[in-house]
Ligand binder design. Structure first.
Ligand code: NAP
Length: 226
């Protein structure tokens, strides 16, 4: 499948790398290709610059958000949550219309330091805001409740099956995303319902962040025992 991964951070890199490994034709989207390739410093979390990752992944093309989205059959939103709406606007409404958007972004507000709070919560969600702003897009919220490395390789964690959630209004789009998740190795995909259920998974972030603090590692997962 032709897939656009909008976002050059660790989530974009993890998704683009794994999707390429699985045989998909992947283009990563960024604001400005030259600026992104000119960065030599690690990001705020200490991750190496995109160009180091790109050197190790020559099959992945880097393009503007709009160029990446134009040809794609499926689009991944791996942009910072506070700028996801402008990033999607930059991708171009015509380029998005009718397509599936796997939305991984979380509405984190770092303005008061760490841990961040949520800038939308409880009675609304970022997933819903994206769906409302782009009614032609088939938004499926998923993978936002775990570390990037586990999104694409859940088997890295010992301890058996763990859970991933999908939220979205379009049943066929959720089926497409579920198939992708299963191709990554996820075995317990829980369909929570329409896009309003993204309120629930985005609200898992406050507890995820406290677990990160308490456990001292991001390598843990939610497992729904029933
Ligand atoms: P990030 O640093 O949150 O986002 C990087 C992307 O945001 C870059 O592609 C950047 O564009 C874009 N961006 C920044 N400012 C922008 C602006 N003003 N306009 C348009 N685009 C802009 O990267 P990340 O850590 O990989 O996270 C991506 C998303 O996944 C976030 O929403 C995060 O909350 C969510 N998430 C992350 C994890 C994780 O393990 N890190 C886990 C779960 C969910 P350029 O390429 O042009 O710089």
């Amino acid at each position: 499948m032709k897939i656009a991964v909008l976002g050059t951070g660790m989530v974009g890199q993890a998704l683009a790398g794994r999707l390429t490994e699985l045989g998909h034709d992947v283009t990563v989207g960024t604001r400005d290709v030259a600026t992104t390739m000119a960065r030599t410093e690690p990001d705020g979390m200490g991750n190496p610059p995109y160009r180091d990752w790109a050197t190790a992944h020559p099959a992945v093309t880097l393009a503007t958000f709009a160029q990446a989205a134009a040809d794609a059959e499926l689009i991944v939103n791996a942009t910072s949550g506070d700028v996801s709406l402008p990033a999607l606007e930059a991708a171009g409404r015509d380029n998005l219309a009718g397509k599936v958007l796997l939305d991984i972004a979380n509405p984190l507000d770092f303005s008061q330091g760490f841990p961040p709070s949520l800038f939308v919560k409880d009675t609304d969600s970022l997933g819903e805001q994206i769906q409302a702003a782009f009614p032609d897009l088939k938004v499926v919220k998923s993978l936002n409740t775990m570390n990037a490395l586990l999104m694409v390789n859940p088997g890295r964690l010992a301890g058996g099956e763990h859970s991933v959630f999908v939220s979205g209004n379009d049943a066929a789009a959720k089926k497409t995303v579920t198939a992708l998740l299963e191709s990554f190795g996820h075995t317990d995909v829980i369909d929570l319902g329409d896009i309003t259920t993204a309120r629930g998974t985005e609200l898992l972030l406050p507890i995820w962040l406290r677990l990160y603090g308490a456990l001292g590692t991001p390598m843990f997962q939610f497992r729904i025992v029933r």
